[in-house]
Ligand binder design. Structure first.
Ligand code: SAM
Length: 334
């Protein structure tokens, strides 16, 4: 079956599934403690999609052309028995790529079970190797070694690991080279993501963005890089390889070179909203649809209709867009 195209001709190819809005980090740029502290009301269990509901939506999306699913959050490893969801999703024949993005803190204890359940690979977010800076950026007193142990456990379990790093001007620029060196030694692909104006609380400003070209230039002062062709159309990272064979590094240029016209991604929030842009104000209520007893055919039509009405390209229009309330990062999962 050929899936729907949206108003800009984009097809639905991949989906990020937020499995919880909770996180064990309080990153000042993502979930600042002033907003997500003791008084914050996280979603009650009844409002969160069950594994059965998530698997049903993903299966229907696969009928519409989705081939890649990434589990995220909040922190996905805070969702109990996550491996049961992985097992369900791994059983969907059309799905070619099943990945997870995590802060890595709980990965050491769960990597093998997730691999055994059918997870294909994992991306770990790591913005600093320097321990005091790591603790400040994650808003926790947990040492960076816990994340490194999680990464080691994922490798031992046979899960390929990528590292995501967000660099902010004047905050962790000095981590660019240490992270690149560490990833080269450990054999992990490192991806630098430009700092974005996601959610409503990260006090983002263009001055806090370090453009990917600048990060690349700093790396190239030390390590030559060669461009690598995209493996698939719509791949979000611009890929480079080290000519000495020490692996790859990628750059996600969402601010300096937006790629909205190549965005084939939908997002399913923990409370069941189908969102077509990371910077959206709202999403379509899939949960209400699921719980009102619709059939799979009706669900397929519902999702196809949401996608075919899509015309968002926030990153391209950012400079001309008035400030407005966006869905929180902990709901849409990055
Ligand atoms: N808790 C998980 C984690 O830490 O990977 C999953 C959720 S987290 C929101 C997903 C990704 O979004 C992480 O790689 C994080 O670094 C990235 N992220 C968060 N805020 C960002 C921002 N303002 N700009 C760019 N990336 C951001």
């Amino acid at each position: 079956m050929t899936g729907p195209r949206d108003l800009l001709g984009r097809r639905l190819r991949d989906v990020r599934v937020s499995v919880t809005d909770r996180c064990n980090f309080r990153c000042p740029y993502c979930m600042p403690r002033e907003v997500f502290g003791e008084a914050h009301r996280f979603l009650p269990k009844s409002e969160i999609l069950s594994f059965e509901e998530i698997a049903r939506v993903v299966a229907v999306m696969c009928d519409l052309g989705v081939r890649k699913v990434r589990l995220t959050g909040g922190e996905p490893l805070l969702r109990r028995e996550l491996r049961q969801l992985v097992r369900r999703l791994a059983g969907i024949a059309a799905l070619e790529d099943l990945a997870m993005t995590t802060n890595g803190l709980l990965l050491a204890a769960s990597a093998q079970a997730l691999k055994d359940a059918g997870l294909h690979r994992v991306t770990v977010s790591l913005d600093a190797l320097d321990d005091p800076l790591f603790r400040r950026l994650s808003g926790t007193d947990r040492p960076v070694d816990h994340v490194l142990e999680g990464i080691g456990a994922a490798c031992c379990a046979g899960l390929p690991v990528k590292i995501n790093c967000v660099i902010q001007r004047g905050v962790n620029e000095d981590q660019i080279l240490p992270l690149a060196e560490w990833c080269r030694e450990e054999g992990h692909t490192l991806r630098f993501i430009e700092y974005m104006d996601v959610g409503n609380h990260n006090r983002w400003h263009t001055a806090s963005v370090v453009p990917a070209a600048e990060i690349r230039a700093r790396l190239e002062d030390v390590y030559p890089l060669e461009a690598v062709d995209a493996a698939v159309r719509g791949e979000v990272a611009r890929r480079y390889r080290y000519p000495d064979g020490a692996g790859e590094v990628g750059f996600v240029t969402s601010i300096s070179e937006p790629f909205c016209r190549d965005c084939h991604r939908a997002r399913l929030t923990a409370d069941g909203k189908l969102v077509t842009c990371l910077f959206a104000e709202n999403g379509a209520d899939v949960r209400a649809f699921l719980r009102s007893g619709g059939s799979d055919d009706e669900l397929r039509n519902f999702v196809a209709k949401v996608w075919s009405r899509r015309d968002d390209r926030y990153s391209e229009l950012r400079a001309a867009t008035q400030p407005r309330r966006k869905i929180e990062m902990s709901y849409v999962g990055g």
